[in-house]
Write a protein that binds this ligand. Structure first.
Ligand code: SAM
Length: 292
């Protein structure tokens, strides 16, 4: 039984033809068809079957990719027979999985299917691409060395507030998916629980009405009060202040030490001074040196 993915090198694309049997997780655009990668498009043309959330949405994607492959609707709550049918096909045919937008399995169906495929030794291959969470993080300027994707918060206020409280101490940038009608209330709840942390609302990324609004949580709560912005939204919240300032303090101390010491010695002296693990400081010293 083969468990390694088929060898597909982006620098040496296979000629058009059949794909090796298996499951292909194919990322699609998050609103702009130009973001569909050539490799993802080729997988969609070469797959024997395309599993998707909504066949009407995916029909447009397949047209853009020049694919005439058949589709089958699939989601995590599909009847067991649908999953079984897909797994049976993968044993001798290529099944691509796409979602309505972005990367499958990121707040989208697919986890059960990938797990079942792996349990059966079926090859699972990725054509990576856009995801709204990473797209938003990448334009935010918020700390991106550590982040936590928290998906959608619960809809009911009590459960939402409990989930928010559980994230308060996480020393990382938090990434949420949110809807226009709930945005204002979520910002108020976040500002109440987290105080004036830096945050951002990224809306309709890659689309015509793309919008980015950054600021402290309380400012954003005031800015969006009473509004129900249209379209799709990613909400980012920076880490607790201590994390930002300790990262800044580390960088400051390292930059000063690196002016007179080699990376190893600078790391040792700063690690001792700030009580931070030496390996962590050394890695950061190398990053800072590399960026000079
Ligand atoms: N799998 C997708 C991904 O990789 O980003 C996410 C699917 S999830 C069901 C849909 C949510 O993602 C939307 O409600 C919104 O919060 C976010 N989203 C998707 N596209 C977006 C866009 N273009 N701009 C901002 N947020 C987006």
């Amino acid at each position: 039984m083969r468990s390694t993915p088929p060898a597909v090198s982006p620098s040496d694309p296979l000629p058009e033809g059949r794909l090796e049997p298996g499951l292909y997780i194919v990322a699609g655009p998050i609103g702009n068809l130009e973001d569909l990668s050539p490799r993802a498009a080729r997988f969609l043309r070469q797959a024997d079957l395309v599993a998707c959330e909504d066949t009407r949405v995916t029909a447009k994607l397949l047209r853009a990719a020049g694919s005439d492959r058949p589709m089958l609707a699939y989601h995590d709550h599909s009847p067991a027979e649908v999953e079984e049918k897909l797994l049976a096909r993968m044993a001798h045919a290529a099944v691509a999985l796409v979602s309505d937008a972005g990367t499958p399995l990121v707040s989208d169906p697919g986890m059960e299917l990938v797990r079942a495929a792996r349990d059966r030794g079926i090859a699972v291959t990725t054509a990576p691409g856009p995801s709204a969470a990473i797209a938003a993080l990448s334009i935010s300027g918020l700390p991106s060395d550590r982040f936590l994707f928290a998906g959608f918060l619960p809809a009911k206020a009590a459960a939402r507030d409990k989930a928010i409280a559980g994230l308060a101490g996480v020393p990382a940038t938090l990434i949420f998916y949110e809807s226009g009608p709930r945005l204002a209330a979520t910002l108020v709840a976040l500002a109440r629980a987290f105080g004036p942390r830096q945050a951002a609302v990224a809306r309709e990324l890659t689309k015509r009405h793309e919008e980015y609004v950054g600021g402290a949580l309380d400012e954003l709560a005031a800015r969006f009060a009473g509004e129900e912005p249209k379209g799709e939204i990613v909400l980012l919240v920076g880490p607790p202040a201590a994390e930002v300032s300790s990262a800044e303090a580390l960088d400051q101390a390292l930059k000063a030490a690196l002016q007179t010491l080699p990376a190893g010695k600078a790391a040792a002296s700063v690690a001792a001074a700030l009580g931070v693990p030496r390996g962590e400081v050394y890695a950061r010293a190398l990053e800072l040196k590399g960026g000079q």
